[in-house]
Design a protein around this ligand. Structure first.
Ligand SMILES: *Cc1c(COP(=O)(O)O)cnc(C)c1O
Length: 461
């Protein structure tokens, strides 16, 4: 959530709804009204207000789901009162969560025999916090047992990680060690990893589907580098895979790619049900390859709602409806359906990438071959305008396309990024390309260079 400051009272702190009912002409914006109003009035006021938000279907910035079947909408409305934590009142919702965990364990190749454990979360962010905490606690326990100090834990990751890992390191007091980008590779690679790893490393985070350019980090090579490190030092460093997006793409589009529990060094994986898991905002998943990797002393047993339920979560109450929607999507689509949806996204991404490649103004940076994400920068020939100008110009046509700089050591490179999600059709892609060409032509034809203000230094989504 944004941290909001209390606002100074405005002189005319009212909005004027179009209602003429006595007493309804003035509605305070930032204090509780003295009296109640009819629900229909409140409904219209709030609806009118949020109408000013953007149209989510034009938002090419986000990875988060903005379209589901109508039946999902109805199921959502029928289940929005369910509280995920109240497993005694809603045992069937708990059962559905458990089935989803089991399906994901299978999808991500958790070994048979060892019992994978996992839970739904509020998006990937909570999943990352929980997985990171488990890494830290396991490292502390092992160090204590060996009679060694536990005061300087660190976590190693690429400089391209999503902001959640910065948060994890800050909130749980773990030193973040970012491996900077080099050349034209914008993510963590195995070759420069070991310089940053030592006996105080609680784990390495590998990202399957970088936020920056949609690329997959080479999880297998990262694991192999850590195997070599273990052979020479005796220190075993576990890997967590941040598969926020890739967890629901790679199993369908790149099934041969070993990035998951097939690699013994991968101890936990988290993913966003509300990204390519194809569910509306609010749900994520985190799984451990076996119970041993989730320290028992992090698990709370609550019984005040009746029954005994082990939980590992940062929140207590949370909506259960999105978990139900995840199960709906699993049943509705199955393996083939997910494959079709993700393949369609990838086809559209490849189409956009090819078209952009043909435009002399742009250099393609990522072409949608890992995640269906297309990134492009201005080519050397363009001097009159920047990616920020293109982004602003596209906004006139309703498209939200973020422009941002790449992570440390490649901050010189600014790109535009298009995320292709379910619901972004070939038709829409062609409309987008038309508008991109028009915007580019308009900028090309300017008599002088665009004036340049200060740009935001980075973008996180
Ligand atoms: C989106 C994302 C996150 C955060 O996920 P939320 O589900 O939005 O909390 C973490 N890591 C990566 C790589 C992401 O793309």
């Amino acid at each position: 959530m944004a941290v909001h400051r209390r606002r100074a009272a405005e002189a005319e702190s009212t909005i004027v709804p179009r209602f003429t009912r006595a007493g309804m002409q003035h509605v305070p914006k930032d204090r509780l009204p003295e009296r109640e109003m009819l629900p229909g009035t409140a409904y219209q006021i709030v609806l009118d207000e949020v109408m000013l938000d953007g149209n989510a279907r034009f938002n090419l910035a986000t990875f988060v789901t903005t379209w589901m079947d109508e039946e999902a909408d109805r199921l959502y409305a029928a289940t929005f009162d369910k509280n995920m934590i109240d497993k005694d009142e809603y045992p069937q919702t708990a059962e559905i969560e458990s089935r989803c965990v089991t399906m994901l364990a299978e999808l991500w190749h958790a070994p048979y025999g060892a019992e994978a454990v996992g839970t739904s979360t509020t998006g990937s962010s909570e999943g990352c916090m929980l997985a990171g905490l488990a890494l830290k606690r396991r490292w502390q326990q092992a160090r204590r047992q060996a009679g060694q100090p536990t005061d300087r834990p660190n976590i190693v990751m690429g400089a391209n990680v999503q902001v959640v890992w910065e948060k994890f390191a800050n909130y749980w007091e773990v030193e973040p060690r970012y491996v900077p980008c080099e050349g034209n590779v914008f993510h963590l690679t195995a070759d420069r990893l070991l310089e940053h790893v030592d006996e105080n490393t609680i784990g390495v985070v590998a990202v399957l589907g970088s936020t920056m350019d949609g690329s997959y980090e080479p999880v297998l090579e990262i694991c192999e580098a850590l195997d070599r490190y273990e052979a020479s030092s005796g220190v075993s460093v576990p890997v967590h895979v941040d598969a926020a997006s890739g967890g629901f793409v790679a199993p369908f589009l790149q099934p041969e790619l070993p990035w998951d529990f097939r690699l013994p060094r991968v101890v936990s994986i988290q993913s966003s049900g509300h990204k390519f898991g194809l569910v509306y905002p609010g749900v994520g998943w985190v799984l451990w390859r076996d119970a041993e990797h989730l320290p028992e002393d992090l698990v709370f047993h609550v019984n005040y709602l009746g029954g005994d339920m082990p939980t590992f979560a940062l929140n207590f109450s949370r909506p259960g409806a999105q978990v139900i929607l995840q199960y709906f999507q699993f049943l509705r689509l199955g393996m083939d359906g997910y494959r079709l949806v993700q393949q369609a996204c990838r086809d559209v991404a490849l189409h956009i990438a090819r078209a952009v490649e043909d435009m002399p103004e742009y250099d393609l940076v990522a072409g949608g071959t890992d995640l269906p994400v297309v990134c492009f920068a201005m080519s050397g020939e363009v001097s009159k305008y920047t990616v920020y100008d293109v982004s602003r110009k596209l906004r006139e046509r309703g498209w939200l396309v973020p422009a941002y700089t790449m992570p440390p050591k490649r901050e010189d490179l600014a790109v535009l990024r298009v995320v292709v999600r379910n619901g972004f059709s070939h038709d829409m892609a062609d409309l987008f390309l038309r508008d991109l060409r028009d915007a580019t032509r308009w900028l090309d034809h300017l008599d002088a260079a665009m004036p340049h203000e200060e740009q935001p230094s980075s973008f996180h989504h």
